[in-house]
Structure formats: structure tokens, C-alpha cells
Design a protein around this ligand. Structure first.
Ligand SMILES: *[C@@H]1O[C@H](CO)[C@@H](O)[C@H](O)[C@H]1NC(C)=O
Ligand SMILES: *[C@@H]1O[C@H](CO)[C@@H](O)[C@H](O)[C@H]1NC(C)=O
Ligand SMILES: [Zn+2]
Length: 429
């Protein structure tokens, strides 16, 4: 049973759908672990009765809802509904930290909802940034939501609909459905559910490889003043990319503890621990598989996980995690113009200039953000010295940002070709 349950899970990136979050997933938000993990979950159902009319035949509830509720469409009250999808929504907060958060989250997303406010002109700078991130991470299965349509006239909505289609023309979102909704008055939410079910297939999952989980949140669940024997170990939240984690499994976390020695060399020591609990939503699991977001309770010292300290690290089977890199060789592609910046003054200000030797960039690799110094550039190849080591593999995609007017701005992306790895001390167990 648990397997079915998890298999239907699907992750979605939710661009600033706070209204929907507060209106529709209020129960989820009241649970503290959910808040800390920064996501909300929902279940999407479809009525079993073929005659039940769409879109009302689709409906969503919070994750606490039973798996076979009754339909509430008039005339079909005797029909049962079938659970089609578990969906986790990762919220994307406002402006400055937006790109980093989004790019970090994008590594684990199966799809994206691009939210556009109907009562404002399109595109807003942040909408362009959202779309750029979706493009860079090659997220497919995009649904565009034209929100707040209750605030505008129909002809205005139709004009904006066309503006949206122009805006996404020749991007990865070209041809994506544009659904007029009102999150506040719950208008057309059933249509969104239908599109999620029909447009976002459940990706093929790998259950065979050694498990590999990307950490996107970590925390210490203990309250100040707990007695030593009451203290719980550190908790890591994230998404399994491949393989299966199981209760009581011994795990390794890389890069782990990172220190600089006396001569300034970076050394890392993986953290070894054991899984003492696995949680998806409010369910305690024996096993956790790819897809969706989970919380992993461990025997780790909780100070190691406090305040998101483990974000960007990789958790998995002892001895099977990828290498830890301290220098990367990437081939890269720069954007023509900065996105998300309203050009004031000259055109020049919005242009993305070439990479220069010794400049400092911010990289997003998986869910890790790290600073990097450009140590060499030749054509579309760059050598980057990382400020903090990253557990990753050749072929992984990275996003490049540069500081422009006090903000980190996305300037392009690249792919890891080679690099210098750190020596990892052998497992002491
Ligand atoms: C969540 O946290 C609040 C405040 O810290 C507390 O009052 C409440 O009982 C917690 N809820 C759960 C489900 O732990
Ligand atoms: C759009 O509506 C929101 C309220 O949902 C309001 O705060 C905002 O100012 C409106 N924007 C415009 C351009 O009217
Ligand atoms: Zn029905």
C-alpha cells in the first residue's frame, strides 16, 4: 500500500501562490514540520463516475484527506472519488533570494506552475526571472496560471491571455496551457487539477540504484532546555533523486563537515549516521522512494542540522555517493541580457558582459549555492574555484549568477566537464 501511495507523488514548483496556500492548504501550514520544510502537499482526486462532468469531476484536498472521499457534484453524491496524484508544492519567496531558492528547488521539480497576476501588465520582472529559471533547469510540464481574474473585466483578461502567449513564445513554456483562475475565490482550481493530472506525467523513477537524496532543508527539532535523554537527532528534509532509503539504514552525508587547515586547504569529512525516522507528510514510512519531499530523522548531533546548515549536501548509502569537487571545469552559456531587471537609462546596463578572470560568481549546483572564483576562461570553457566543496558529478547542470547593483543576478548556465576532487577519508565504521 505504501508503495502505491508514494508512487503517485509528484513535485511541483509553485511560483508565489500564497493565496492558494493559505486558502486551500491551511491545515498543512498549521503543522510545524511542513512550515519548516517550506512546502505544502495536496491530493488530487477524480470522480469514479464517468458521467460526472468536468472540470468539477476533479478536486483537490489537503494531504490529510482519506483516499476515497465521496464526490460533491450535485447528482453524483453517491459516487466515490479516486486518488490520482500526491502533489508537493514548493513555495518560492519574494525577490532577492528568489533566484537562488528557485534554482536550488528546481533540481527536484517535476513541473512548474507559472503564476501571473491578471491585474498587472505581463511580463513583470519577477515573472521573467521565473521563466528563465524554468528554462535553465529545463523544467517541462509547465502550467501558466493567470491569477486574480476576478479583479478584471473579461476583455482585459483575454488581452492579457494573448500577451502571455507572446511572452512565452519560443520559450520552454510555449504552448503551455494558460488557465484563468482566482485562488482567493477558488475559481477554476478544478481546471488546474485536471491539467496537473493530464499534463504532468509521473516521471520514471529509479528504485534500483544506491539511494541519493538532495537536502533542501535541515533543522533541529529540539526545544531549548530539553534534557539530554529527550533530545532528538538532526532532521534533514529533501527529495530522493534515485534509489530507496529505509528505516535503520546507515547513511553518509557529503561533503559533511568542511574545515580549512592551517595552510588554508579545504578538508571535508563526511557525516555518518543512521536513519531513525522517515516521514512524508504526516505519515511514518518504513521506506522512502524518489518523488515528493521527505523528512529524514537521524542520529546526527542536531547542531549539525540546525538552521538549514545541511542544505546543498547529499545524503545516501555509505560509500556510494558522488565525488566532492573543489574546482570545476564547465562549459557555459551566457544570457544576452539580464533578466528581471527593468532597464533604466542606457541599454548597456542590461547587457551580460563576458566572464573575467578572478571575478566572483555564485553557482547553484543541485540544491547547493556556493561562491566561485573564475580562475581561467577560454571560449565557452571556464575553470571555477569553489568557496565551498560540492558533492556532484560530471554532466550536472549549474546556474551562474553575478552581483549586479547589489543583487545576485542570473547570467547564464553551464555543465560540469571535469574538476578537482577532494580526498575523502575512509569510513571509520
Ligand atoms: C507548532 O508550534 C507551535 C508554536 O511553537 C505550537 O504551539 C504547536 O503546538 C506546534 N504544533 C505541532 C503540531 O507541533
Ligand atoms: C492587483 O491586486 C492586488 C490585490 O490582490 C493589489 O495589491 C495590487 O495593487 C493590484 N495591482 C494593480 C496594478 O492594480
Ligand atoms: Zn462526481
Amino acid at each position: 500500500m505504501w508503495q502505491n501511495y508514494i508512487l503517485f507523488r509528484l513535485k511541483l514548483f509553485l511560483a508565489r501562490l500564497q493565496l492558494t496556500l493559505t486558502v486551500r492548504f491551511k491545515n498543512e501550514l498549521e503543522r510545524n514540520i511542513t512550515i519548516k520544510l517550506g512546502y505544502a502537499n495536496a491530493k488530487i482526486y477524480k470522480c469514479d463516475d464517468e458521467r460526472c462532468p468536468r472540470p468539477m469531476t476533479y478536486k483537490s484536498y489537503g494531504s490529510g484527506k482519506e483516499d476515497t472521499p465521496m464526490c460533491d457534484v450535485p447528482g453524483f453524491e453517491n459516487a466515490k472519488m479516486k486518488l490520482l496524484r500526491h502533489v508537493s508544492f514548493v513555495d518560492c519567496p519574494g525577490h532577492d533570494i528568489l533566484m537562488a531558492t528557485m534554482l536550488n528547488g528546481a533540481a527536484i521539480m517535476d513541473g512548474a506552475l507559472l503564476l501571473i497576476a491578471a491585474n498587472e501588465s505581463c511580463p513583470q520582472p519577477q515573472t521573467s526571472e521565473h521563466l528563465a529559471a524554468i528554462e535553465i533547469m529545463r523544467l517541462q510540464h509547465i502550467i501558466i496560471l493567470q491569477n486574480k481574474v476576478d479583479l478584471i473585466q473579461e476583455n482585459v483578461a483575454i488581452n492579457q491571455h494573448e500577451a502571455i502567449q507572446k511572452f512565452v513564445h519560443r520559450t520552454v513554456a510555449d504552448g503551455a496551457p494558460v488557465v484563468p483562475i482566482s485562488a482567493q475565490s477558488k475559481y477554476n482550481i478544478d481546471v488546474v487539477c485536471e491539467y496537473i493530472v493530464k499534463n504532468t506525467p509521473i516521471p520514471k523513477r529509479d528504485f534500483i540504484s544506491p539511494p541519493n537524496m538532495i537536502v533542501i532543508r535541515s533543522f533541529d527539532v529540539n526545544k531549548p532546555g530539553y534534557e539530554v535523554d529527550e533530545i532528538s537527532g538532526g532532521v534533514a528534509g529533501g527529495s530522493i533523486l534515485k534509489g530507496v532509503l529505509r528505516l535503520n539504514q546507515n547513511i553518509e552525508i557529503r561533503p559533511g563537515i568542511v574545515v580549512k587547515d592551517d595552510s588554508g586547504n579545504i578538508k571535508c569529512t563526511p557525516i555518518y549516521s543512521r536513519i531513525v525516522s522517515l516521514k512524508a507528510e504526516q505519515n511514518e514510512l518504513q521506506f522512502a522512494v524518489p518523488g515528493g519531499l521527505i523528512g529524514v530523522g537521524t542520529t546526527m548531533d542536531p547542531t549539525l542540522t540546525r538552521a538549514d546548515r545541511l542544505v546543498g549536501q547529499v545524503l545516501g548509502e555509505v560509500g556510494s555517493l558522488p565525488d566532492v569537487f573543489i574546482e570545476l571545469e564547465v562549459n557555459f552559456f551566457l544570457l544576452g541580457r539580464l533578466i528581471g531587471v527593468r532597464t533604466k537609462g542606457t541599454e548597456k546596463q542590461g547587457r551580460v558582459t563576458k566572464l573575467t578572470k578572478a571575478e566572483i560568481l555564485m553557482l547553484n549546483i543541485g540544491s547547493m549555492s556556493t561562491g566561485a572564483r573564475v580562475i581561467a576562461v577560454k571560449n565557452d570553457l571556464a575553470k571555477l574555484q569553489l568557496t565551498s566543496p560540492v558533492c556532484t558529478s560530471k554532466g550536472e547542470k549549474i546556474a551562474l549568477s553575478r552581483r549586479v547593483d547589489k543583487h545576485w543576478r542570473l547570467i547564464g548556465w553551464g555543465q560540469i566537464q571535469a574538476g578537482i576532487t577532494l580526498d575523502i577519508p575512509p569510513c571509520p565504521l
